[in-house]
Design a protein around this ligand. Sequence first.
Ligand code: SF4
Length: 415
Amino acid sequence: MAEAKQGGIKKIAAAKTLRKLMADHFYELDRAAKEGHPKVAWCTSVGPAELLRAMGFVVYFPENHGAMLGATRLATETIPTANAIGYSPEVCSYMTSDIGAFLQGRTPLTEAYAGIEAVPKPDVLVYNTNQCREVQDWFAWYGRHWSRPVIGVECYRGVGQVTGVHVAGIAGQILTLVKPLEEISGQKFDIDRLRQAVRLSRQCSDLWKEVLETAAAKPSPLTFFDSTIHMAPAVVMRGTQVAIDYYHELLPELKQRLADGVAAVEGERFRLYWEGMPIWGRLRDLATQFLELQACVVASTYANSWIFTALDGDDPFKSMARAYTELFIVRSDPYKEKYLQEMIDTFGVDGIVFHDSKTCPSNTNCRYGMPQRIAERLDVPSITIAGDLNDLRCYSDEQARTQIEAFIEQLSGRA
Ligand code: SF4
């Protein structure tokens, strides 16, 4: 099968379907917000989306909007507006770029989707602090602005083994969301609808896992940079059939690449792991540099974060509690290091790129000696790139480029 290329980067044909799905997603939200029906819920990216779908909400994920602000580099222009109202340049740049964009009356949705002028106004904002406390602050700002309820789940942090105590605590908190959500949606809670949403979410997660696992092949048919695009249905559409249908289209395409021996990075010489947030405004530059160096970033903590193997429609509340607590970001350093070891083995990783993301300490794991411990224990070298998910003032193109080149040279010396 002939592979379409753009600047050496091989295009994935399913991307065409993805563009349509994303357009449908945002137009549905825009319509709901304008017509007042169905109700709109804002949800954090690893929040209880299944419950919201089961209660008839259409679900909007502000972090996805934050990523769009970063990828379009609009974030650089909007962050200072949030800084000016007291939100520090040191805190989550998804949050500051998003609030700043709102205050400026701008959104990348307008450019991408004709007729959409603003993000969809919420009827309720639902968070889970499993990823960080910043999401709660972020939603609180909009809650105050629109006088809308902000409810959610307060998660444990630094969890080693996830126990029945953790699961019961979080499941209980998810259960307490039902009553206010009934009042806001005007719909009675139906356990069968929740079971179904959890089942659909689990199917989506299993397929997404299979997609990512294709990168274990040598050469890999997929890069981390591809996954940052194709993860979108697993993030914003989990709990729906369309997300499942999408991965039923993407997966065979990747399997065909495997059968044909098609490498995402021509002449793949090195296999890397990306630890930390993407640098949204530099994805293309980084993808191109790694491609030129014949290094494939085969796996990442970030893309894996939407694999929820614990979800079980037969036990929806507890399984959601477990799935949303078992996440890497919630866990202790010893657990994280064990997890990284498994990733290194499974994907045949030669080296790790740690991203020290200035405004996201929760998704930055290189500040307490982890790279050194991994190098000593597993003999896997790493580099740490200073940067940020959205605030490009924290990132030096030249420095990162030089560091990456030197790292690949170091790996060449070990080969
Ligand atoms: S995990 Fe990081 S990037 Fe995501 S919302 Fe929290 S602080 Fe922001």
